[in-house]
Design a protein around this ligand. Structure first.
Ligand SMILES: CC(C)(COP(=O)(O)OP(=O)(O)OC[C@H]1O[C@@H](n2cnc3c(N)ncnc32)[C@H](O)[C@@H]1OP(=O)(O)O)[C@@H](O)C(=O)NCCC(=O)NCCS
Length: 150
């Protein structure tokens, strides 16, 4: 995708990240969660289109497993292919770090996200009942996996 670039997230970026996060999620991550991911060296990245910060993503790698913990595109830039590009970028980082599989959890009701993952090649491998807080109760998580090896 043209005009898109990626930059590692540092603590000074978290204010701007929170603006995107708050706009995009009903249950956003807090400043502390982002800082707790940057500190141990998780893969924390910003996405820019031109000069505009349009999204971010966080992935942890441990041994041959990786976990996609956050992927967000700000609302006004969604549905233009940026989410797919950011997913491709972060899965490639997982591969470069030696992971053989990427796992993620997604709210059962989050169709735009789960469709994105399925289109990419993630498979549903399980469900965690009542995993997420939700308006008026809780909601299941779908657990999805993508193999990075043949
Ligand atoms: C999930 C998320 C990252 C997807 O980002 P995105 O930039 O909208 O993703 P894409 O544009 O690549 O794909 C989304 C949709 O736009 C469509 N699309 C992509 N390019 C398009 C274009 N040029 N014109 C029209 N539609 C297009 C895709 O086909 C897809 O359609 P679908 O939802 O009907 O399957 C984004 O919706 C988001 O940040 N959501 C809030 C946070 C969140 O839920 N994160 C995931 C938590 S697990």
């Amino acid at each position: 995708m043209t005009d898109v670039r990626y930059q590692p997230m540092v603590p000074e970026d978290v204010e701007a990240v929170l603006k995107v996060e708050l706009a995009a999620f009903s249950h956003p991550w807090t400043r502390g969660i982002f800082l707790d991911c940057i500190k141990p060296g998780y893969e924390c990245w910003l996405m820019f289109r031109g000069e505009e910060q349009v999204g971010h993503t966080v992935l942890s790698v441990a041994g041959d497993e990786s976990h996609l913990l956050n992927i967000t595109i700000r609302p006004q830039d969604q549905k233009a292919g940026l989410g797919a590009a950011l997913l491709e970028f972060i899965v490639d980082r997982a591969r470069q770090k030696g992971a053989e599989v990427t796992f993620l959890e997604v709210r059962a009701s989050n169709l735009s996200a789960s469709r994105l993952y399925e289109r990419f090649g993630f498979n549903e491998i399980g469900r965690r009942p009542n995993y997420y807080p939700a308006a008026g109760g809780s909601e299941d998580a779908l657990v999805m996996a993508y193999s990075l090896v043949d």
